[in-house]
Unconditional design. Structure first.
Length: 246
């Protein structure tokens, strides 16, 4: 559950993403202007379910504004490994990606492909690991992430190894990729809950997850690092995206 200050911060961030003042934002989304004012000033509590739906809607609006191409998902292929490691240019990027499973920096494409195709992403269950590639017609492969069922529960998924080509940042590809993944998880696989872990100092990934509709759950220590665990729940996720998103 989000704290009051977190709700206010997210509300301000959503309006900032749109580049609108309060009156313009209120008019666009059909929210009474006094209500938005009270929310942002902390005089009234913002219903979390509404805020998450609003974040989803604003995310779609931003994607439509900044991305005129249809980003789609396809399963990982061995030839994608070279592209993925080309985005990992230093140890910090490797850590944020979760690349410690592949060894120390620099890692090579063979290590990634072997982990995915031969080791099933280190998952004991055979039908538990799904690596995805995000691509557009104009720019080709632009992003990557994996899906794993949590402890064999086919109603709970975890997104991991999320990375976007830094040469095409600020086009909404990361958010669109996650939204496409959530849509597939909820409406094709029938999952109820999707979780994700973001290093506390990875602001870009954190904001991307927020825009996609993930909400903070807790912060935990992992290997001496703080990880923000975030969750997206099917009932709060909102309406189905058009099929062309995936």
């Amino acid at each position: 559950m989000m704290e009051k200050e977190e709700k206010i911060e997210l509300m301000l961030e959503l309006r900032e993403q749109e580049g609108l003042n309060r009156k313009e934002f209120a008019l666009k989304y059909g929210i009474p202007y006094p209500t938005i004012t009270d929310w942002e000033m902390g005089h009234r509590r913002i219903p979390e379910y509404f805020l998450r739906l609003l974040a989803y809607k604003v995310g779609i609006e931003c994607l439509n504004k900044y991305n005129t191409t249809n980003l789609r998902l396809r399963p990982y292929k061995s030839c994608d490994a070279e592209k993925i490691i080309s985005w990992i240019k230093d140890e910090e990027t490797l850590y944020k990606w979760g690349g410690e499973h592949f060894g120390q920096f620099p890692i090579d494409a063979a290590a990634v492909d072997n982990k995915y195709t031969n080791d099933n992403g280190d998952c004991a269950e055979k039908d538990n690991f799904y690596p995805w590639i995000a691509f557009t017609d104009e720019e080709g492969v632009v992003g990557h992430f994996t899906m794993k069922y949590i402890q064999g529960d086919n109603k709970a998924l975890r997104f991991e190894s999320i990375i976007v080509d830094d040469s095409v940042r600020r086009k909404g590809y990361g958010t669109r990729m996650l939204i496409s993944g959530l849509d597939y998880a909820f409406h094709i696989l029938g999952t109820d809950t999707v979780t994700i872990g973001v290093p506390e100092n990875n602001d870009i990934a954190y904001n991307c997850c927020k825009r996609a509709g993930f909400a903070d759950r807790e912060t935990v220590n992992h290997g001496g690092k703080k990880i923000i665990k975030m969750t997206s729940i099917k009932g709060a996720y909102g309406s189905t995206l058009p099929r062309e998103f995936y």
